[in-house]
Design a protein around this ligand. Sequence first.
Ligand SMILES: C[S@@+](CC[C@H](N)C(=O)[O-])C[C@H]1O[C@@H](n2cnc3c(N)ncnc32)[C@H](O)[C@@H]1O
Length: 483
Amino acid sequence: MLVERTVDRLWVDAITDHGSRALTVLDPACGDGRLLEAVRSRLTTWGIDCELLGVDIDREAVHAARTRLGSSAVIIEGDALSPLGIGGLGSGPCDLFIANPPFISQMSAHTTRGGSSPHGGGPYADVAVEFCGLALEVTSPDRGRIAMILPQSLLTARDAGPIRSQMDSASTVLWDWHSDEFHFDAAVRVCAIGRELRSKADHAPLTDALPTNALPAHALPHADSWGHLIAAARKVPRLGELHTVGVLRDRAELNANFRDQYYGLIPAVKESDPECDHHLPPLITTGLIDPGVCHWGIRPARFAKLTFRAPRVDLAALDAPMVAWAHRKLVPKVLVATQTRVIEAVADPTGAWLPGVPITSVVPICDPHTSIDGYEAIDGYEADQDQAIWEIAAVLTSPVATIAAWWASAGSGLSSHTLRISPRLIADTPWPAGDLTEAVAHLREGRIIECGVAVTTAFGVGADHPALQWWLESLGRTRKQPT
Ligand SMILES: C[S@@+](CC[C@H](N)C(=O)[O-])C[C@H]1O[C@@H](n2cnc3c(N)ncnc32)[C@H](O)[C@@H]1O
């Protein structure tokens, strides 16, 4: 697939001037040389010569590649990422960079390189990212092509952001592919990309290349993310023009809980005693949250490998830093679950719930001195805050919020059907310009679908837009009545 999609006749003829010179091909992690062989076999059918250069760090792989490709190919045993670099081989830029590079996670102490890579990418970027950086260094900037298999995490990982930006500004998309299944020996889901390097003058940035009915720029918060490639392939609807006033981060502060809080909570979580525990805050786990609904006390909750019917947190059993944390969390807020297919947010207007890990808290920014509507200052503040919480929950319980998240971050979830709903992703949710009164009224009464429809209208998107149907299907529901 890499070869078929990247090595087309028109391009080969243009690069080689109709076969008057050989096409130069590099695989910097060539293994047994199968990719180089596939390129050569395609070119041979067209009567085009090629110069093949393969590199592999593994002696046996080098031997296998030499055996497979014969003496006309140059196969070097070495580290393609070494500071001496492939440039040191004096071979000049290649016309085609093709690779299925190693995926080496930097999250594990066993495999970490212990810092940023000289080829680009932050300290947590997978080694595959370094091969992307290498591709940009050694591929001809004059219509050279890159074809690579990559881990899907690279599409959205923060530390791969700089490489994605560099790729986007140096090349145009030829094709892309991803799969929900596991392939080869890879323990992660993979994707593949085909790119062509262009001189700056010819180059249109990637976001310009998106169809005009794609999200507006402000709703493409992660312009450096390649999640949109997966969203397009999964046929996530495009939203078109939205009527917006900024994004959610203009109105709220967001914070997530971390591992320390998870461990800190363990000694204090207990099964609720209906007789005497009413004063203890309920613990809300991610599994208890559905769009617009919290199932605490109704659905069992899993916490620290135990199942609770109705978990509460005994604040007296927390240590001092955890008590301070709990008080910071016991404020009016919206809670958002983390690994979900549609955004699942619930309003906690009284601040009674303690969020577990990982759940994001969204706390509205309300100024107590600028209350509106003629309320007394403090009552007005509380009324504003209550309204603000319900509005945030309503906006997040809408097709637009979920679909914007998919375009920004598809590929980030643990499973292929979910997204990692990070605080940053929530913060970048577009905010509708229209009135939210109706949406809030529906949400307060638990009418989730009607809330979603009303928010969609507040974004200026018609209720007949495919976004709504897609969201309902993703919710696993159908619309019961026209509204
Ligand atoms: C996933 S295999 C791909 C092999 C072959 N291209 C294929 O598709 O079957 C990755 C290869 O990269 C090699 N490799 C790992 N780190 C390398 C490095 N720093 N420089 C060169 N090769 C490396 C491994 O030895 C392995 O053969």
